[in-house]
Design a protein around this ligand. Structure first.
Ligand SMILES: C[S@@+](CC[C@H](N)C(=O)[O-])C[C@H]1O[C@@H](n2cnc3c(N)ncnc32)[C@H](O)[C@@H]1O
Length: 240
């Protein structure tokens, strides 16, 4: 899967959430265990996300479930004042190290905070700041254990400044190598309409304009080197 952070072939892993069963049911414990074993992602930006954010002028951004920070660093290289938050302190430590290592390449700024987005409602005022955010990204903010995506993504949409965008990229279909118990679970693979419902962006009185709600293909390589096409669900909404 060239050019994509979910480079599972290189690491012999199925996409997160498709490797059964999860080692823990507590979200913090599960993600700390996953990141505690060493680097999980490639460190590169997610290609689907990059295609959506690269045309935008830099401003203040927030990445939800930023993992090891590849998307945040990409934005900071392009002049954004980019913040990433994640439940895992291991992931955040790795992202901070990556930012320090690449500081000379950043024309903007990259900062990272450990935060449980399902639990900490008070954090949103701090995250949004007084003027609101120009961009919120959520790349594969999906989990095999409890994650209140509806609450998180609707809060994110309300943290936008007027004209600001929420960009959500999710696994839209199982890869060929997913075990049947995961492939047969539609809740793991939201459609664009599912995502609009989750965000609360359907209807006329939402204060949001839907710019993109579709599925996009990208080439991928499975854990045993098999080639496949993965489907990403892509939703972009703009605050009016
Ligand atoms: C599938 S990974 C995607 C990581 C990264 N965005 C990427 O594309 O590589 C999902 C991420 O969500 C994070 N996460 C899960 N539950 C969370 C929560 N309640 N609050 C914040 N982050 C969470 C995980 O730690 C993990 O880094």
């Amino acid at each position: 899967m060239t050019g994509h952070r979910h480079d599972h072939a290189a690491q012999g892993r199925a996409p997160t959430g498709l490797s059964a069963p999860p080692a823990a049911t507590d979200p913090r414990q599960l993600w700390e265990q996953r990141y505690g074993d060493g680097q999980v992602w490639s460190g590169r930006v997610n290609t689907t996300t990059a295609a959506l954010v690269d045309p935008l002028p830099p401003g203040r951004s927030l990445d939800l479930g930023c993992g090891e920070g590849g998307d945040v660093l990409h934005l900071a290289r392009r002049g954004w004042h980019a913040l990433g938050v994640d439940i895992s302190t291991h992931a955040i430590a790795r992202a901070r190290q990556a930012a320090a290592d690449r500081a000379h390449k950043l024309t903007g700024t990259a900062a990272f905070h450990a935060l449980d987005l399902s639990a900490d409602d008070d954090a949103w005022d701090r995250l949004a700041g007084s003027g609101g955010l120009d961009l919120v990204t959520a790349s594969f903010l999906q989990s095999p254990v409890a994650l209140d995506r509806a609450r998180i993504l609707s809060r994110a949409a309300h943290a936008l400044a007027p004209g600001g965008r929420l960009v959500v990229v999710s696994h839209g279909a199982p890869p060929a190598w997913a075990p049947p118990e995961f492939a047969d679970d539609p809740a793991r693979f939201p459609s664009p309409q599912d995502e609009l419902d989750t965000i609360g962006a359907r209807g006329c009185a939402t204060g949001l304009r839907v710019l993109i709600a579709e599925q996009r293909d990208r080439p991928a390589t499975g854990p045993d080197g098999q080639h496949d096409t993965l489907v990403d669900t892509v939703v972009v909404v703009e605050r009016l």
